[in-house]
Design a protein around this ligand. Structure first.
Ligand code: AHR
Length: 500
């Protein structure tokens, strides 16, 4: 059976915020050390940044880059990470049972963003696990105040004359999670988040603040957490965060392929909770969503890896090697974000390099693209503009975890010049899926490109020894005639169809 939908420029979801294509650099494993930063590497620049990695980060097209954690931030002492490198202390990182050298710190992060390019924006998290209001505003003063105070002058003495201009701040990380250092109840966190936000706004009323939501829709405290936290912080914050990771459980690939069903319901439930609190408070303000950690992550393998560690520096951790199947699910998660672009206005792919990442590196050696690199790069490039409302009708299938799901998962984005890009996933493992899209209300005449990520071996991966095994290929037989787009989507595939 054919899957169908119609596109009409009069029916839109919302404009895509460039921050939807954010990412995340945590002091975890080899994301920083031997990932983005490796002074000994043959491609390293004068700042110790790997230029081979910088090139791939630019190609990936990431915008906001969240830093320095993650769980790491709940033990972070920002002052350890500034000033002369030789004076910086080594610290235990309780989150990942490793030793943090602080060779790379705040100034290096800002320098890294500048080298990525103008589209890269800082998104800095403050520690509300082991620390509180005072340390958050001290960090803000050090980073953002122009000059003439102890901490702003300290930054200048450290060599950074210009303030860092960090606008977007996360008030802690996953404070609902029992694993978090300094974990809190919703009431405890709501209070400290509100007071931190109030103080940060006393320094600069225009900062944009993200309150911690739930670490996943499956948390026991989900929804009540958001309601309690937002009741305390509604007027003081701009965003509530969401985190979600998906993996294939027990060989149940059909459910895995429908992971975005969960992601979309998570988003819709958080929107409902935000608006419920807003209604109770009789507020006309809307809280937006910062989906600041999302990815495919084989998390079930992580606990054993971490508990076996004896405080090493930058070990190999969470280095998932992604298959074609993982990339198709990943592409579907991107579609879920785009389909909710009216309220999800920040999102961060967790993470950027080596740690559950689209880019991998070998110390002293090569850097290469994982399979997940391709959907992200395409979405970041062509998913700019207005998301059109897509209502699919077509075949469905049953899954154990996510109920009945459409075989087709799709969205469409209309750029300012009127061109349209359709992003579509065929969730069937075995069947090609005929697709028809009615475009009569749009002035489109040509299929500019149909790019497909699929493989005869859905477990194929890119690795150090075979870094280009998987790459997108051109789709065949895709046509646009008399206002109707026709395509056949390969089994288990991610598709980018550009129309002009
Ligand atoms: O991204 C890896 C980890 O996942 C982060 O440190 C934490 O916030 C989440 O649980």
């Amino acid at each position: 059976r054919t899957a169908r939908f119609a596109l009409d420029p009069a029916f839109t979801v919302g404009k895509v915020d460039p921050r939807l294509f954010g990412s995340f650099v945590e002091h975890l494993g080899r994301c920083v050390y031997t990932g983005i930063f490796e002074p000994e590497h043959p491609t390293a620049d004068e700042a110790g940044l790997r230029t081979d990695v910088l090139e791939l980060v630019r190609e990936l097209g990431v915008t906001a880059i969240r830093y320095p954690g993650g769980n790491f931030v709940s033990g972070y002492k920002w002052e350890d990470s500034v000033g002369p490198v030789e004076d910086r202390p080594k610290r235990l990182d309780l989150a990942w049972r490793t030793t943090e050298s602080n060779r790379f710190g705040l100034s290096e992060y800002i320098a890294f963003l500048k080298k990525v390019g103008p589209q890269a924006e800082p998104m800095m998290a403050v520690n509300l696990g082991t620390r509180g209001v005072a340390e958050a505003i001290e960090l803000q003063e050090y980073a953002n105040h122009p000059q003439g105070t102890a901490l702003s002058d300290l930054r200048i003495a450290h060599g950074d004359k210009d303030p860092f201009g960090i606008r977007l701040w996360c008030l802690g990380n996953e404070m609902d999670g029992p694993w978090q250092t300094g974990h809190k109840t919703a009431e405890e966190y709501g209070r400290i988040a509100a007071e931190t936000a109030r103080a940060m706004r006393q320094i600069d009323k225009d900062v944009e603040l993200v309150a911690c939501g739930s670490s996943g829709q499956g948390m026991d405290t989900f929804a009540e957490w958001e309601a309690t936290v937002l009741t305390e912080t509604y007027d003081l914050v701009d965003y509530i965060s969401l985190h979600a990771y998906y993996e294939e459980h027990d060989g149940d690939r059909d459910s895995f392929l429908a992971s975005a069903v969960d992601m979309e319901s998570f988003i819709e439930n958080v929107v409902a909770t935000c608006d419920h609190v807003g209604a109770k408070l009789k507020s006309s303000k809307k809280i937006n969503l910062s989906f600041d950690e999302w990815n495919v992550w084989y998390m079930s393998r992580t606990d054993a890896q971490v508990s076996a560690l004896d405080w090493p520096e930058a070990p190999r951790l969470l280095e998932d090697v992604y298959s074609v199947t993982d990339a198709v699910v990943f592409g579907s998660l991107l579609i879920a974000l785009l389909r909710h672009a009216d309220r999800v206005t920040v999102a961060c792919l967790a993470q950027l390099v080596n740690v559950i990442a689209p880019i991998m590196t070998e110390p002293g050696g090569a850097a290469w693209r994982q399979t997940t690199f391709f959907p992200f790069a395409a979405a970041a490039k062509y998913g700019r503009g207005e998301v059109l409302d897509v209502r699919v009708s077509g075949p469905t299938y049953d899954t154990k975890r996510h109920g009945t799901a459409d075989l087709l998962h799709a969205t469409a984005v209309r750029a300012e010049d009127g061109t349209v890009t359709v992003f579509a996933v065929n969730r069937s493992q075995t069947q090609a899926l005929p697709l028809e899209v009615a475009l009569h209300a749009l002035e489109l005449t040509t299929v500019v490109e149909h790019s497909v990520l699929a493989d005869a071996d859905p477990d194929a991966r890119n690795t150090l020894t075979d870094p280009e095994r998987v790459a997108p290929h051109a789709g065949t037989g895709t046509t646009l005639d008399a206002g109707t787009l026709k395509a056949t989507l390969e089994p288990l595939s991610w598709n980018v169809i550009r129309l002009g």
